[in-house]
Design a binder for this molecule. Sequence first.
Ligand SMILES: Nc1ncnc2c1ncn2[C@@H]1O[C@H](COP(=O)(O)OP(=O)(O)O)[C@@H](O)[C@H]1O
Ligand SMILES: [Mg+2]
Length: 263
Amino acid sequence: MTFILPIANQAGSAGKTTTTIGVAGGLAKLGRNIVIADGDGQANASYHLGIEDPKYTLGDLLLGRCTLEEAIVQTKIPGLWIIPSAERQVTEVTELARQPVGAEQRMRRAFEPLIGGVDGIIIDCPGSLDIITVSAFVAAKGKKDNDAANVVTVIAPQVKEVQGIPKIERTIEDVRNAYNPRLQLAAIIPCMIPSSQAGKMYEQVVEQARALYGDKVSPVLRRSVRVPEAYAYQLLIQDHAPDDAITKDLNTLTDWFIEKDIV
Ligand SMILES: Nc1ncnc2c1ncn2[C@@H]1O[C@H](COP(=O)(O)OP(=O)(O)O)[C@@H](O)[C@H]1O
Ligand SMILES: [Mg+2]
């Protein structure tokens, strides 16, 4: 069956898009069929996958301006599709939030035809707990109907990022109570961990997260110049830098997601 997995955080520049592309690309390389939904008006996931100036966006789909078939674009990576974003999605999201009834249910309904047809949908959320993030939490589901509906968050190694986790947990609780009884925070991914020469603080932040959240904290993604490079070249990190530590980290993370039954 099909999982729907939001990757969310209320802060920008935590590593959400990097994680989305890395894990979705890792799963596609394992032969899975994955759709990325680009929830961010900055459209970084779309750009990374070479989709610029798309005809339709996720915002168009949620506003009923196109069909699901029209919104989904095949990427050049086998097994990987995207419902893209573009700058205009920022205005579209404002319009969506103004709808008097049921705006946050539209994503769940829009993705229904994909259930059973693809292995999973990964939603790259914007850097705020806005209507798109809430809609993604409403749409979230596990592989089978009775499985937990998971949310994953990503943190840069800063104390304030760990301090921000309770905020996303509160939004998850609100959506769980209102719409999605199986919703839970399944994983916290530490991203952009510098080499140990950079100082003890970064390791201490990860240790602090582990003390608070236990085995929900995933293996870390190390900092690597290959990440922004792969974005600039519009290549999967795994293809751009197959021998770099970050590719090893992304493979470890993808395996960890599979072991945890999140994907
Ligand atoms: N492991 C990493 N090493 C180096 N740079 C990274 C790493 N992860 C992300 N970045 C860079 O940090 C910036 C923010 O990452 P991004 O994934 O776009 O975060 P978000 O989607 O949470 O805003 C981007 O420029 C990205 O290239
Ligand atoms: Mg992003």
